[in-house]
Structure formats: C-alpha cells, structure tokens
Write a protein that binds this ligand. Sequence first.
Ligand SMILES: [Zn+2]
Length: 71
Amino acid sequence: MIVVEDTKLAPPNAAEQMITHLRMDRCPDCQKHSLQPGPRGGSAQNLTCTSCGARWNVAPPRYIMFAQRIG
Ligand SMILES: [Zn+2]
C-alpha cells in the first residue's frame, strides 16, 4: 500500500507519480535531481529539494511506500 499525504490539491494518480519521483531521487514538484537527505527519525527520512525548497518525509528511505509533504 502506498500512502501519500499532500496538503496541495493533487489529481487521483498523483500519489503514485509522486512516489515514483521520490524513489528515483527526483523532486515531485520541480522534477530535478536535487533532493538532499535530511534528519532521519526511526524508519523515516526527511528530503529537502535544494532547487524549489519542497520538503518531504518518506519511509522507508530506500523503497519509499509513504510520503508526506512537510514544507
Ligand atoms: Zn524541487
């Protein structure tokens, strides 16, 4: 099961696209490979896009099944 929490309005298939981008180390917002790993808590990890500033909390870090927009 894939879970995506996004406060922005998202089309129905956006969740899987978002996860796919994140899994490929790509920012879902600006599509650039500029995700910077941040603080890690338990099985989750923060990712910050150095290009557009979008921030995500993903879990688990290697094969993402959960993503939450945090900024
Ligand atoms: Zn970005």
